[in-house]
Design a protein around this ligand. Structure first.
Ligand code: ZN
Length: 499
């Protein structure tokens, strides 16, 4: 190994320590910090992130990357380090092109827009948020212009969340899905809805926590390399593959949502816990592709977790851990967790309508960045699309265009990755079944860990070192397609709703 690479690794290790400390502070801030500890934590976090950013954009870093990119050094690197150097050089060059003053103004605008969004949502008044949204759109365009001047803005945004996925691919698979899904949804909505009254009761919280632990272990989350916490919104946080944490939110009026949050975050965490150790603390050591990441959480949550065979080997155990489920049969439970409704809020949507919630956002983002539709027209556009796809109109903008925070911080192009993950899942399901046989059988026999092992081997171990298109090609042997997930939806819900 070259002396230069050794020095570079030592430099990266120091930066990693700063990141490690920031991650721990953030976890503590979210899960256990007392209210008045906020200032101390946020000051320390701001300091550490600034130092870390300085190191990642330093002249020293630039010199390392230039030298390692020169053919003599680069050709001698192994394939992991070739990826790492190339990716870091790309990120470095993009960050360097952003003027410091502009970056500062962007962060200020982002913070102000966040505050305005919260206020607008609470007061159900879009006009409070509108000027900030306009500013964030403008700033986002400029930011992409600096970072990726050779790319069309919306393509650049999509690519920044799911590298290599362009709008031509998104358009093709989303349209494919929409065409197939709209008639299916209409049939489901015309069928008899499921009566959920039996599930409306007070649930015990300690029992829910015990269920979370049981489910995480069952699907293959390692408690030697992870732990759990409680937060308002569930999330997954990773230090490296040896320490990956998940959080959950427990309520007395609903014990089912936390189960699926546990399985969802568990899916994200299992990915991170199984990235090859040699990639730890590098840019390849964690999955940076949001669509691919989401495909894993949704595979566990929906494809596996909402299959009745997932529950067959463990339902009696679930009833034993949480006696609130003693009077609910597995068939009733299965029916409840697959109830399809045309509701207003994306985060509460079932797996079928969820796709359309994302398509609404994707189409509006295109209107914003491609057709320059004025911000004042967006709420009406939102409502029109909700009516067209889900046959429902938000009573106020708080349940409509103001429901998500993503656009307030400039995360345009982020939403579509949620749906891309679902589309990948249809393809992964086919690939898993080709190797392991019907997942119904594998799950019914309590062998879910065989599926986890398959995912570890084929997807997780590579971290970010394989880009999403390469993963799909390697695992499925073909281009991304929405047909497999459409087939899954059609077969599953035709049976459930007797269509
Ligand atoms: Zn997720």
């Amino acid at each position: 190994m070259s002396e230069l690479l050794d020095k570079f690794k030592a430099y990266l290790a120091e930066t990693t320590n700063l990141g490690h400390a920031s991650t721990l502070l953030y976890w503590d801030l979210e899960t256990s910090m007392p209210k008045e500890g906020f200032k101390g934590h946020s000051d320390a976090l701001a300091y550490l992130s600034t130092e870390s950013f300085k190191r990642s954009t330093s002249t020293e870093m630039g010199e390392f990357l230039d030298k390692l990119s020169a053919p003599a050094e680069f050709d001698a690197l192994d394939s992991d380090w070739k990826y790492i150097v190339k990716q870091m050089k790309k990120n470095y060059d993009e960050n360097k092109r952003v003027p410091a003053d502009f970056y500062h103004d962007f962060i200020v605008a982002q913070n102000e827009a966040g505050v305005a969004w919260q206020d607008a949502k609470a007061k159900k008044d879009f006009s409070i948020f509108a000027p900030h949204l306009e500013k964030m759109i403008d700033f986002t365009k400029k930011m992409m212009g600096y970072m990726r001047p050779h790319m069309e803005v919306y393509d650049a945004l999509l690519d920044s969340y799911e590298e290599g996925m362009d709008s031509a691919t998104y358009d093709r698979v989303f349209n494919e899905l929409k065409e197939g899904l709209l008639p299916l949804l209409n049939k489901i909505l015309a069928a008899k809805p499921y009566d959920e009254s039996k599930f409306k009761k007070e649930y015990d919280i300690p029992a829910q926590k015990a269920v979370e632990k049981f489910l995480l272990e069952y699907i293959g989350f390692s408690f030697d390399k992870g732990c759990t916490g409680e937060t308002e919104h569930p999330f997954t946080l990773n230090f490296n593959s040896k320490d990956v944490r998940v959080s959950n939110h427990f309520r007395t009026d609903n014990a089912v949502d936390p189960m699926f949050s546990a399985i969802h975050e568990g899916g994200h965490a299992i990915f991170e816990q199984n990235v090859a150790e040699r990639l730890d603390d590098t840019v390849a050591g964690s999955c940076n592709y949001l669509g691919l990441h989401e495909s894993q959480s949704r595979f566990y949550e929906n494809v596996l977790g909402r299959n009745i065979n997932f529950w067959k080997p463990i339902y009696a155990k679930l009833q034993e851990i949480d006696p609130d489920f003693k009077d609910i049969t597995i068939d009733e439970f299965y029916r409840y967790i697959n109830s399809v409704k045309n509701s207003l809020i994306r985060t509460q949507a079932d797996e079928v309508t969820y796709c359309l919630h994302v398509i609404v956002r994707y189409e509006i983002e295109q209107e914003i960045f491609r057709n320059n539709v004025p911000v004042s027209e967006l709420p009406a556009l939102w409502n029109k699309k909700m009516e067209e796809y889900l046959h429902i109109t938000p009573p106020t903008d708080a349940e409509g265009i103001l429901q998500d925070m993503h656009w307030s911080d400039g995360s345009f192009g982020y939403f579509p990755t949620y749906l891309l993950g679902t589309i990948y899942d249809g393809m992964f399901l086919e690939a898993v079944e080709k190797d392991l046989g019907s997942i119904d059988t594998v799950l019914a026999e309590g062998r879910i860990k065989d599926i986890t092992k398959w995912l570890n081997e084929h997807i997780h171990q590579y971290g970010s070192s394989r880009k999403p298109k390469e993963v799909i090609q390697a695992v499925c042997g073909r281009e991304v397609s929405a047909q497999p997930i459409l087939k899954y939806f059609t077969e599953k819900y035709t049976k459930i709703y007797n269509l």
